[in-house]
Design a protein around this ligand. Structure first.
Ligand code: UDP
Length: 237
């Protein structure tokens, strides 16, 4: 089920529902495309009709950002839990390892996805990692052939947004894999190159504050949250 914020669909599924639905999608040979939605992307889509269309094309738009939860409460919606890109990736790796499905890691700087794959294997020893390509490979045919030959069920694409989402819609029909998720900087985090906020910050919804302290330039992105909420409020009847 979906809620709409400024024209952008967001799924109100929890991790458990998503895991179940996506595994069913794989088993029933349906393709699915997962995109993480945050207020910044929704605002960007206000000025970019292609992006708006692209976000709405996805099968599952996960609510990745406290701003979405606030907007959902304000509009009488039911989204109460954040679903982050990286936790969705982990949830899918867990499911893949439990059900004998395989994953492919495409994106990030050379060497980063390898390190991320080692971390994933530590967490899920039974996980089948079908292959890896870094995000700076230019030869599109090579990328497509390598992924198809590896025959993964799930492809994680880490090229940054919205590039990774455009890559997914442009290629998913010609690929055999079933599930495609845009995962942004997740391989950097898994490889240990970039640190995530301590669990306590994540739990109380203050991951943004931790990131702001570590990377003060983020203020430019975070300042957009009040703008987003005001716009949502204005469209509320
Ligand atoms: N990246 C890539 N190829 C490119 C540009 C970027 O693989 O041509 C990778 C980059 O190395 C990083 C990720 O894309 O791993 C972008 O991460 P970021 O945190 O910026 O993602 P976002 O904030 O868009 O989710």
């Amino acid at each position: 089920m979906k809620e709409k914020f400024l024209g952008v669909d967001v799924s109100n599924y929890t991790y458990d529902q998503l895991k179940k639905n996506i595994m069913t999608d794989i088993n029933e040979h349906r393709k699915s495309f997962i995109v993480a939605i945050n207020p910044e992307k929704i605002l960007q889509a206000q000025k970019d009709a292609d992006l708006l269309h692209l976000l709405n094309t996805a099968t599952y738009q996960i609510p990745d950002g406290v701003g979405i939860l606030i907007a959902s409460r304000m509009t009488g919606g039911t989204i109460r839990e954040r679903v982050t890109g990286i936790d969705m990736l982990l949830a899918l790796c867990e499911q893949a390892s439990l059900h004998g499905k395989s994953v492919f890691l495409y994106g990030a700087k050379p060497g980063v996805a390898e390190k991320a794959s080692h971390r994933l294997k530590e967490m899920y020893p039974d996980l089948k990692i079908a292959g890896i390509i870094d995000g700076y490979e230019k030869d599109q045919d090579h990328i497509k052939d390598t992924i198809n030959q590896a025959k993964p069920d799930i492809v994680f694409v880490a090229l940054g947004s919205p590039r990774q989402e455009y890559w997914i819609v442009d290629h998913m029909e010609e690929m055999d894999a079933k599930v495609f998720q845009g995962v942004g900087g997740s391989f950097d985090v898994l490889s240990g190159r970039v640190k995530r906020a301590p669990a306590v910050f994540q739990k109380v919804g203050l991951e943004w504050l931790y990131r702001l302290i570590k990377e003060p330039w983020r203020i430019k992105r975070q300042i957009k949250l009040p703008t987003f909420l005001l716009k949502v409020l204005k469209t509320k009847k």
